[in-house]
Design a protein around this ligand. Structure first.
Ligand code: NAD
Ligand code: 6OD
Length: 502
């Protein structure tokens, strides 16, 4: 892989046609397109692939294939058989993990160690988890005593039809399988539109699923941009039975409008402006290490990232100093080196958006504790999309970088004096996706966790995930919950069959 990336990076005359081509996957086979767009390797900025820009006709073909597959052999499978398929697929994905890691890094420039040991294994684990959840939840039944005798109320989970999945670029395979696994186990067929920035692992997943025995047309992948392109063609297609989306809140608004025609059920996992709260009784070192992770993992490109840090006055200065020391220990570099811990932003557009926030923070008078600009990298990474991990202090809560989601490697650290004050400030946000609190006082932890307006509150940890738990956001961070039985509820039609013994 190193050879291929270096070759692409060093070859300025590389013709578009000789580049790696990322195809769609429709009705069990790869499909080329009429138009293509260029895909850059974020670590070097070089063009390394051309990706199909699906037109409306291609999206229509994918939806048609998925609709046709609903009546094929997939229709005859039971939920338990589909759960067994998910487990077989997970085994196959395990066998091909190195390819999946390679494809994900080509698209995103993520550091290999975290990608190989955490992110792709978790993407695969989604299939095993939803298989287990389906086994647990597939059948519910109640005996109902009436004057005429005992009725049996059985709740059947039946497929909705064809699900449209629109996915983001930050955790491409993980966030895709998070939706594909429960949608499949509920018996639906699927058309996926991965982000234009991270198209590869979706196609590899579809290929491996078909090699593992998934019938043609059950899982289809189209590519391209969102607005007035493949994304909106997909979500506005009348034959799509439900839409599930992860991405920005503004895009979520457009998708909800599209879902209103029909109307179709929609699940929205949207942006965040998450807070970390460090009380003076916290385990200082665990809180500092955890907060550096919650600011900078995946270059800050995680919806659960904490960009607002509140630290109790008694420990404020030493804590900020410790954050700065730990941040300087992050290792930006070749994504393929095991020692690299910080990758680039996904694109030049994202880098420029982040740098614009850096400029605004400086103009607003922030104290820049560390970072604040691009990262100067040696060749061959000098033209990659690198931004410095950045910590600010000294801004009011209504400053832009304290209110708007940056989605980059940065956070603002504020001082607080008491519990009620910090809860009020944490909740003073349009978003409510997640929060992390650090304290050794169990009573304080449970009271503050209950008061924070967020879909997930981590106490003395961050981003510990259990696929059985409900996941989603308060306020503008989303609509609905996925995870566990909530995913099965979203991806199925529930039918009650009430039977008297004949
Ligand atoms: P984005 O909204 O720009 O794009 C997401 C997807 O939507 C892409 O595939 C894009 O092509 C498509 N799209 C864009 N406009 C569309 C339209 N009008 N119709 C249909 N599809 C359209 O988001 P992004 O930049 O890829 O991802 C980053 C954002 O995602 C951040 O805001 C982050 O917080 C959020 N996010 C949320 C969660 C969560 O679980 N809540 C998880 C990951 C990321
Ligand atoms: O871990 C998950 O299941 C999940 N949905 C994570 C979302 C992360 C956002 O970037």
């Amino acid at each position: 892989m190193r050879h291929a990336l270096a070759a692409a990076a060093g070859n300025d005359e590389c013709e578009m046609n000789s580049l790696h081509q990322v195809s769609c996957f429709i009705d069990g086979k790869e499909e080329a397109g009429r138009d293509y767009f260029e895909k850059h390797y974020p670590a070097t900025g070089e063009i390394i692939a051309r990706v199909v820009e699906s037109d409306r006709a291609q999206v229509d073909r994918a939806v048609e294939a998925a609709r046709t597959a609903l009546a094929g052999p997939w229709k005859k499978t039971t939920m338990l058989e589909r759960a067994a398929f998910l487990e077989r697929l997970a085994d196959k994905l395990d066998e091909r993990i190195d390819e999946l890691v390679e494809e994900e890094i080509r698209d995103t420039g993520k550091p290999i160690t975290a990608t190989r040991s955490i992110e792709i294994p978790r993407a695969i684990a989604n299939f095993r988890s939803f298989a287990a959840i389906a086994r647990e939840e597939h059948l519910k039944s109640f005996e109902t005593k009436t004057l005429a005798g005992v009725a049996q109320n059985t709740i059947l989970r039946q497929p909705i039809g064809t699900i449209g999945i629109v996915a983001p670029w930050n955790l491409p395979l993980l966030l895709l399988t998070w939706k594909v696994a429960p949608a499949l186990v509920c018996g639906n067929t699927i058309v996926v539109k991965p982000s234009e920035h991270s198209p590869r692992t979706a196609v590899l997943l579809a290929k491996i699923a078909h090699e593992a025995g998934l019938p043609h047309g059950v899982l289809n992948v189209v590519h391209g941009h969102g607005h007035n392109a493949a994304g909106s063609f997909l979500v506005s297609h009348p034959a799509i039975g439900a839409i599930t989306f992860t991405g920005e809140t503004r895009t979520g608004e457009a998708i909800m409008k599209a879902a209103a025609t029909g109307p179709r059920p929609v699940s929205l996992e949207l942006g965040g402006k998450n807070a970390a709260v460090i009380f003076d009784d916290a385990d200082f070192e665990a809180a500092a290490t955890g907060t550096v992770r919650s600011m900078f993992d995946n270059c800050g490109q995680v919806c659960l990232t904490t960009e607002r840090i509140f630290v109790h006055r008694k420990i404020f200065e030493p804590f900020v100093e410790r954050l700065a020391v730990l941040t300087k220990q992050l290792v930006p570099g070749d994504p393929l080196e095991a020692s690299t811990t910080l990758g680039p932003a996904i694109s030049d557009i994202q880098r420029d958006k982040v740098l614009d926030f850096y400029r605004r923070a400086a103009a607003d008078g922030a104290n820049i504790v560390t970072g604040g600009d691009v990262l100067d990298m040696p060749a061959p990474f000098a033209k990659g999309y690198w931004v410095a991990p950045t910590i600010w202090t000294g801004l009011p809560d209504d400053a832009d970088v304290c209110r708007k989601e940056v989605f980059g490697p940065c956070g603002h650290v504020s001082v607080f004096d008491d519990d009620d004050e910090v809860v009020r400030r944490v909740n003073d946000s349009h978003y409510g996706l997640a929060s992390a609190i650090w304290t050794k006082n169990a009573q304080r932890a449970s009271r503050v966790a209950a008061e924070i307006e967020a879909g997930t509150v981590w106490v003395n940890c961050w981003r510990v995930r259990d696929e059985r738990a409900a996941f989603g956001g308060f306020k503008r961070s989303g609509i609905g919950r996925e995870g566990g039985s909530w995913s099965l509820d979203f991806y199925s039609e529930l039918k009650t069959v009430c039977t008297y013994a004949a």
